[in-house]
Ligand binder design. Structure first.
Ligand SMILES: *Cc1c(COP(=O)(O)O)cnc(C)c1O
Length: 383
């Protein structure tokens, strides 16, 4: 098995400040919503939602975290040495695109996997036949997400297959909500009902060996009837509600603040255009600051002429098109700007004009996407 160990270079000038205390507090608040016995699975896929997967796993080893979930086999391999022996659940179901060797490595490393289908189960069984390994599995039950889940009619037979196999062990049964973040929870309630019906049909609540789980962050916050044996929290751990909530039962604090330096300052006369396409023309003599960050770093091109950054407590507008590696700010109204001074690009405050919510709104997307776009070469600094 070829494991690619790449040396990702780091840009020390682009700084994502990660506040460990805030992340630990967020975990604690989420846990406080759940019964004592409910385990907490920290979802650290997509480079820990852009926060830096190694840094975040190290922080979470100090928190009340019982397990980690990642999207891919490769992320599991990456964090295995850091995870302090905690179980690592790979959310991407094992499917025919996986090699037999990958399956053996999962079993050897104790990773917990999800089978995509009955065929995947046979494939796992065959891949492990010549080994002494046992692979722990979680069955994803289709209740309305319409993605990977196994329909309940097929899941019973799959459970029996796992139970009868010497190389496979049932570790969990779960489902995933499609709409738990929405105001109207009726579809989420329907999903809970379908899941309950499945659990009852096979008396799975009586099985001590199975962890039953369903809730993502939204479910953890809004669906106490779906906490079961474990919750799987991603976005809330990083300090965000899946969408802005007016009546949130807990106060989450964003963990990350992204900064970049003022690389260059210059004066532009009135009536002069700025950046590609001349989409901005100055209406007054303008002091402009060039920031060495652009859409290649995750700062979306659609922020052209609309996003804001902060210099100290001053809010400054992006002027002209966001370039691949640069963006230009109007700093005329900010006294004492110096080259080298740090600018807040993405703020750790829900009400900031450059919060992940505010930027997501400008890009017509969700805060998840804003965070995961932060390039891996941004220096993650843990405080
Ligand atoms: C990503 C993911 C989660 C976490 O979702 P959040 O909304 O970030 O809490 C939980 N479960 C599954 C299956 C996921 O793919």
């Amino acid at each position: 098995m070829k494991v690619y160990r790449t040396q990702q270079y780091i840009r020390p000038d682009l700084q994502a400040h990660i506040h460990a205390r805030d992340m630990l507090d967020n975990v604690h608040k989420l846990r406080s919503l759940c019964p004592q016995r409910t385990r907490f699975c920290a979802v650290v896929k997509a480079n820990a939602y852009g926060h830096g997967i190694s840094e975040v796993v190290n922080i979470l080893n100090r928190a009340e975290v019982d397990a980690f979930a990642v999207a891919t086999f490769y992320e599991a391999l990456h964090i295995a040495p850091l995870a302090d022996g905690k179980p690592i659940l790979i959310l991407e179901p094992v499917n025919p695109a996986w090699s037999a060797e990958q399956i053996r490595i999962c079993a050897r490393e104790g990773f917990e996997c999800v089978p995509a289908s009955p065929d995947a189960l046979h494939y796992m069984q065959d891949s492990l036949a010549d080994t002494s390994f046992v692979l722990r599995l979680h069955l994803d039950i289709e209740t309305g997400m319409g993605r990977w889940g196994i329909v309940p009619a097929q899941a019973g037979a799959m459970l029996s297959m796992i139970d009868d196999s010497g190389h496979l062990a049932a570790a969990g049964v779960f489902t995933h909500f499609a709409t738990a973040d929405e105001e109207d929870l009726s579809y989420a309630y329907e999903q809970v009902e379908r899941f309950e019906r499945f659990l009852d049909r096979y008396n799975l609540k009586d099985r001590r060996d199975l962890a039953i789980h369903a809730s993502n962050s939204a479910g953890t916050i809004k669906l106490p009837q779906a906490h079961y044996d474990m919750v799987r929290c991603g976005i809330a751990m990083y300090g965000y509600y899946p969408r802005r909530m007016a009546d949130a039962p807990i106060q989450l604090k964003p963990v990350l603040r992204l900064e970049a330096p003022v690389a260059h300052l210059h004066h532009i006369p009135a009536g002069h255009s700025v950046s590609y396409g001349r989409s901005f023309v100055t209406t007054r003599p303008t002091r402009a600051a060039v920031i060495p960050l652009g859409y290649a770093d995750g700062y979306r091109r659609c922020f052209s002429n609309c996003a804001k950054m902060k210099i100290g407590s001053h809010v400054v507008p992006v002027i002209g098109r966001v370039c691949m590696d640069q963006v230009i700010l109007d700093v005329t109204d900010v006294p004492d700007v110096r080259a080298g001074q740090m600018v807040t690009v993405l703020d750790n405050d829900h009400d900031s004009p450059c919060s992940a919510y505010a930027l997501a709104a400008l890009a017509d997307t969700i805060c998840y996407e804003m965070l995961t776009l932060i390039h891996a070469h941004v220096n993650r600094i843990v405080h």
